[in-house]
Ligand binder design. Sequence first.
Ligand code: PMP
Length: 420
Amino acid sequence: ARATYAAARPKSAELHEAARRVMPGGNTRTVLFWSPFPISMVRGEGARLWDADGHAYTDLLGEYTAGLFGHSERRILDAARAAMDTGINLAGAGANEIRFAELVCARFPSIERVRFTNSGTEANIMALSAARAFTGRAEIMVAKGGYHGGVMTFATGQSPVNLPVPTRFLAYNDVEGTVAAIREAGDKLAAVLVEPMLGSGGCIPATREFLAALRDACTETGAVLIFDEVMTSRHSEGGLQQRHGVIPDMTTLGKYIAGGMNVGAFGGRAAIMDVFDAHRPGALPHAGTFNNNVWSMAAGCVALGELFRGEVVEALFQRGEKLRAELNALCAEAGVAMQFTGAGSMMTAHFRTGAIKAPYAATPEEEQRRELFFLDMLEAGFYLARRGMVALSLPLAPTDLSGFTAAFREFLNLRGPVLG
Ligand code: PMP
């Protein structure tokens, strides 16, 4: 399958060789690397992508959830362009920044005050900093196999928020163990940072019971509960927290919220976020040249204010639920060791049976099957994440999804003996 893949993409191969001369491994985003070389994309429109060798794909990756609106949503492009027509960043506060902040605060139950960043990574770093400053405590707790950004190791520096952070780990969905761990950390623990569904960790949802237990244990010990909803905030207008009815103290956001433009946001209870209130002496600094860049602020107003609301949000969620059920029914019908976990418009293929409640180390066989699935879907014209993740976008047509299930059925039939 690899040889077929490589033979059909000489241009991507050539570009990768050029890339390797100037970038280690030939890329600048680890998730976009695979062997022998990743695809060079040249154009996107709606939910369609074209590569450098002229192949067209249905985009089921949706830029790891940031591409919710597709590649050419007219109103987002118009808003971003109109903002840039008034000048590329003006080193000042702006009306769109206020409007975007109002939309975020109105939408997410846990967010009374918000600040913007360039990325989800920064949003998480700043949320943890806020929690440490607010509680006066040092330690943080995160889930084994969770993902919160590319730079979650903190450089030693002069500011107390930059000191290396003593970190404890919890086992995802382990209610008793986690509650005990939080209690044991007691008043040393500043924050618990978790995704309400593991995204990069394999689209593994938390149970409501687990999230509620986190909520109670944090209330009991005074640790700040932070939900990383960088990926999952698409699951209802108020995020996955609203679907579960479990409201954290702080929430971090990113990906699609600015229509696909670069962005991150973190917010929470006013009392916590006030550690950044520069009207107060000793406030924590939070700087960043592009934090309020004009294109992201303008696009964000359209994305949250006009495009992704109400029924549109719920319809996307239900579309994903239906697709996942269909794919799982096909796996069952074929009798293969394969399943899709997830919630709503996000799902990941796993090559084993039985309930998956926490991340695990895949066996070499599972890795092989995952690669085969990925390469076969590419050959069938469907672009998904190398790790088997699908993130639906709004412009996908019903025929795109039925085409995918048809291609998947074919994959199961053809590969039955290999997968069985
Ligand atoms: N948190 C989660 C849950 C994520 O999935 C990601 C990105 N994949 C991040 C944080 C980091 O966001 P960014 O890539 O914008 O820094």
